[in-house]
Design a protein around this ligand. Structure first.
Ligand SMILES: Cc1cc2nc3c(=O)[nH]c(=O)nc-3n(C[C@H](O)[C@H](O)[C@H](O)COP(=O)(O)O)c2cc1C
Length: 216
């Protein structure tokens, strides 16, 4: 069990993109996967599927696709302003860290793919529910991130590998009805955990109706 309290962990679960190559014991990976599978899913379907990748050859192929996806995403970010609450410098540092991860993805001792085994929806619901596609997998992903933090492991929620889903499926041998939603590289961190930087509650929360201030 984690030594630190839930809030300590939650408030310091940052993206850790610089990782040591030291192996992560299988028992630890199993503990992370068990925590992932304690998450909620719509009607408790649990149609999540996870792929733990440790094989260097597979990781190398994943990195190639990830880098392809990241270079497309980076080109987009280079041509539009970053989030309003970040200075250009801060956003530049984020992009640099993400580029570092893209260039070193295969060196992470463990890559976890969070996938969903898709279930066909009735057409009258499909259009409306499409927007909620990932909602049954991302709670499990957050459990992975929090558990890694609790165990002293660095991790990052990433998505750009999925920009090349068809090729990724071939590399991973995924069946047609299983799609990837996140790739989480995991390893012991090179840097230190620290507090996450987020906007204050009052700036992002309304009371009763949009535009009405929520105050303590
Ligand atoms: C939906 C989603 C997609 C993300 N995709 C990527 C990604 O492809 N590559 C990456 O390096 N970070 C990715 N991130 C990490 C975010 O950049 C990061 O969480 C955010 O900048 C806040 O930084 P922090 O986690 O260090 O507090 C993603 C995060 C989310 C929630």
């Amino acid at each position: 069990m984690a030594e630190a309290g839930l809030f300590d962990i939650m408030y310091s679960t940052r993206s850790m993109r610089k990782l040591k190559t030291d192996p992560v014991p299988d028992a630890v990976i199993h503990q992370i996967m068990e925590a992932a599978t304690r998450a909620p899913s719509g009607t408790n379907t649990q149609h999540w599927r996870f792929l733990v990748v440790k094989d260097p050859a597979v990781k190398q192929q994943v990195q190639a696709l990830y880098q392809k996806g990241w270079s497309e995403a980076k080109a987009m970010y280079d041509n539009r302003p970053g989030p309003e609450h970040m200075s250009q410098n801060q956003f530049g540092r984020l992009l640099d860290a993400a580029t570092h991860l893209a260039e070193h993805m295969a060196e992470a001792p463990v890559l976890i793919f969070a996938c969903l085994k898709e279930r066909p929806l009735p057409p009258q619901l499909a259009a409306r529910l499409g927007r909620l596609a990932g909602s049954s997998i991302y709670p499990a992903v957050q459990n992975i991130l929090l558990t890694c933090r609790a165990l002293g492991l660095g991790a990052t929620l990433t998505t750009v590998a999925s920009l090349h889903e068809d090729e990724l499926k071939q590399v991973l041998g995924l069946p047609a009805d299983v799609n990837t939603y996140a790739l989480i590289p995991i390893g012991y961190p090179l840097g230190k955990f620290g507090p996450v930087k987020r906007l204050p509650v009052e700036e992002v929360t309304c009371l009763d109706k949009w535009g009405q201030a929520f105050v303590k």
